[in-house]
Design a protein around this ligand. Structure first.
Ligand SMILES: [Zn+2]
Length: 454
């Protein structure tokens, strides 16, 4: 396992994604402890034998990618309901999800996080909202998995309290009471939330969606989060079905409903935000409410295409997310900027999103959405050493003139290295913190057991 203290990566193209868009065709970065020390062009400063050197020739170095929306537990429920709408897909999957427990969540989360690491992700959020009675401590299971793999982690304590008996979509056996949810949320913040500069774990609170939670739970979760200084997250405006549900049940759009509940603000980010009208975008921009854009999942479920160009132009913080693996079997973080760009241009024309803007969404955009723009998202001295070194000398990438184009529009390149908080997590395309083969075997076993019992 490659703990590194002082590190130099040299001989590579460096794309810093800083505010000035600084890039070097032949550059270097030095790391001291868990922080970036310096970055520059040409030869790095002289260093001694105690410093680990990574030869970056043939590679491009970028900030580690930031994943702003996921459901890690779904790693063991992939490949189901592949041709269905969101509401059909959910209805089919809820009974399977009702059987997850601490052990299966740990296995699923490990598999999902290994895959994220292999695709350049250094910080991931997770939105966990299924807590079957007697299932054990599912939040501890996924936090343990993130710690073992070595990624920076923002687990959101999710929840559902609006079962089918009350007019919601989920079956009653997977919903909890408001009191239980608030007690568990407060305990999660108390036990796990770390507000410090280089935190590896930060908690958010995340009632699931307008069609699976009550307005009371939304209001009370917001009050608790704000008193504790943690962020708020939920799904919003993902599909036309959800829009119809809100118009029918609340007499307003999903975004208007959030505004009434006090759920707009710079401490809030919404997953998807596909079906927004102009006033909704203006309200989100005015309040600094963020978006986790999940293009691959939105395509998989045929949900629609988010108005990313309009959101960015309005000043809304936008990051990218793979979303749960049950609606994105690859869950590859490096595919998201590519798909974000292709979708934006497909609906908005050739100037809707530049290649560099797509990479920025996956790095600084995600950092802003998670409230960590001072710490991660760009390669700048003093920021945390979360770095992805991508091989561009493979037959698939060699000769693509611009390294950012190769990264965003070429096929997903292998990683020469992934560094998180100054520590090596991937080397030569392989996760070095856990046994990849054992993880694969555990995932297959957990999936088979879960499906056999459903
Ligand atoms: Zn989701």
């Amino acid at each position: 396992m490659g703990a590194v203290n002082d590190l130099v990566i040299d001989g590579c193209a460096v794309v810093t994604v800083d505010a000035a868009g600084t890039e070097y065709r032949d550059g270097w970065v030095t790391v001291r402890g868990n922080r970036i020390d310096a970055v520059g062009a040409g030869k790095p400063p002289a260093f001694g034998p105690e410093v680990t050197r990574i030869d970056g020739r043939g590679c491009v170095l970028t900030p580690g990618l930031v994943n702003t929306h996921h459901h890690l537990y779904q790693w063991i429920t992939r490949g189901l309901a592949a041709d269905n709408t969101l509401f059909e897909w959910l209805t089919m999957l809820y009974p399977v999800w009702a059987r997850i427990d601490e052990k299966s969540v740990r296995v699923a989360a490990t598999g999902a996080l290994v895959s994220l690491a292999r695709s350049g992700c250094t910080t991931s959020s997770d939105h966990h909202y299924v807590f079957p009675r007697g299932g054990g401590d599912l939040l501890a299971a996924e936090i343990g998995a993130a710690s073992a793999v070595g990624l920076r982690f923002h687990p959101a304590r999710g929840s559902m309290d609006l079962g089918r008996g009350e007019g919601g979509l989920p079956p009653d056996e997977v919903v909890e009471s408001i009191d239980d949810i608030l007690a568990a949320s407060a305990a999660a913040i108390e036990q796990w939330h770390d507000p410090s500069f280089d935190a590896m774990v930060r908690i958010a609170l995340a009632p699931c969606s307008p069609f699976s939670v009550t307005g009371d739970l939304m209001r009370e979760s917001a009050a608790l989060a704000r008193s504790a200084g943690v962020r708020l997250h939920t799904h919003l405006a993902e599909t036309d079905d959800e829009l119809d549900f809100c118009l029918e049940n609340f007499g307003c759009t999903p975004a208007q409903y959030m505004e009434q509940l006090g759920w707009l603000g710079s401490d809030v980010w919404f997953a998807h935000a596909v079906h927004l009208d102009d006033p909704a975008i203006a309200a989100m921009a005015r309040t600094g409410t963020g978006v986790a854009h999940c293009p691959t999942s939105n395509g998989r479920l045929g949900a629609g295409i988010a108005r990313t160009a309009d959101l960015v132009a309005a000043g809304v913080p936008v990051g990218l997310g793979v979303d749960g693996a049950a609606s994105n079997e690859s869950s590859s973080m490096i595919e998201e900027p590519r798909n974000a760009l292709l979708y934006a241009r497909a609906v908005g024309g050739p100037r809707a999103m530049t290649v560099r803007a797509a990479l920025e969404l996956a790095t600084m955009g995600g950092a802003r959405v998670l409230g960590r723009e001072a710490e991660i998202g760009s390669i700048e001295p003093g920021k945390l050493a979360d770095l992805a070194l991508w091989r561009l000398d493979t037959p698939a990438h060699a000769g693509i003139e611009d390294p950012v184009v190769a990264l965003v529009l070429g096929s997903a390149p292998p990683l020469a290295a992934l560094i998180v908080n100054g520590r090596e997590v991937v080397r030569d395309g392989v996760v070095t913190t856990v046994d990849e083969a054992a993880v694969g075997a555990d995932v297959a076993q957990a999936q088979a057991t879960l499906l056999a019992g459903a």
